[in-house]
Write a protein that binds this ligand. Structure first.
Ligand code: PGA
Length: 258
């Protein structure tokens, strides 16, 4: 596990966008796993500027998102389709057939989950999966208690997740109760995982992820078993780590026990 400690949100976003930019520029047929939420907003903004200023060719890139709300169609203001359009897709040279998200209004949701999982395999698997982390330790919408073996599936959102996401909706009641998400097993198949975290509200979850035992009650802890995990987090998000873990991070960016 590699942990890069940065001072603040902007620096986290710069580091993440640098990394993504180099991959987009350097790798043919890149499959980028993308995340939504408040955390990656600035990352997409910086990445967009660099792609355009250096006129980077994205014609062989495919993107695949972690999740989508059930009941919101692609054009809904709060759908993750729309988030991706607003923050990234409409600003860069990428066509709709290169971008993939689960369909939250599919008639047959189980068939949609199967289609999505197969799609990931068909396009060659995810090369780099960008992740945020919920303050309850969720990744994607895999809430505490999700079995680690699950692939893409339908989830009921935790109360804390609906409350956290209510800030994007005009009322609490409008926050969907269910979503389609890549499963933990899907995420673990990615060749590299880059998890971003900023702010005090993520400190407990990050402590669990970095120092805690691997347990389904904190889904992010499964990432301790991922062979290529990079965490980019600011001081506040890392503020609950023990002194010795922080010393290791400050010395060499690596947590040696994993
Ligand atoms: P946030 O969400 O980026 O809006 O904090 C992260 C997550 O829930 O995974």
């Amino acid at each position: 596990m590699k942990v890069i400690q940065v001072d603040h949100y902007k620096q986290m976003s710069e580091k993440a966008s640098d990394m993504l930019f180099e991959s987009i520029k350097g790798e043919k047929n890149l499959v980028l796993g993308l995340a939504t939420g408040g955390t990656p907003v600035k990352t997409y903004e910086i990445l967009t500027t660099r792609i355009n200023s250096e006129k980077v060719d994205m014609s062989t890139v495919q993107t695949i998102n972690l999740d989508e709300y059930i009941g919101l169609d692609a054009k809904h203001l709060n759908s993750y389709h729309q988030y991706m359009e607003d923050h990234f897709f409409k600003h860069v040279p990428i066509s709709p057939d290169q971008t993939h998200l689960p369909n939250g209004v599919a008639n047959d949701l189980d068939a949609e989950c199967k289609r999505y999982e197969e799609l990931i395999d068909t396009i060659g698997g995810v090369d780099i999966q960008l992740l945020g982390i919920g303050s309850n330790g969720h990744i994607g919408f895999n809430e505490p208690g999700t079995p680690f073996h699950e692939t893409t599936h339908v989830v009921e959102l935790a109360k804390s997740t609906r409350e956290a996401n209510a800030r994007f909706f005009s009322s609490d009641e409008e926050v969907p109760t269910h979503a389609i998400t890549m499963g933990i097993a899907t995420i673990m198949k990615s060749k590299q995982v880059v998890l971003l975290a900023s702010g005090k509200s993520k400190a407990d979850a990050l402590k669990q992820l970095i120092e805690g035992e691997v347990t389904e009650s904190c889904p992010a802890t499964v990432l301790q078993n991922h062979p290529n995990l990079m965490i980019i987090a600011d001081h506040e998000a890392l503020s609950k780590l023990s002194k010795s873990t922080l010393e290791q991070i400050e010395a060499n960016n690596y947590i040696s026990s994993t």
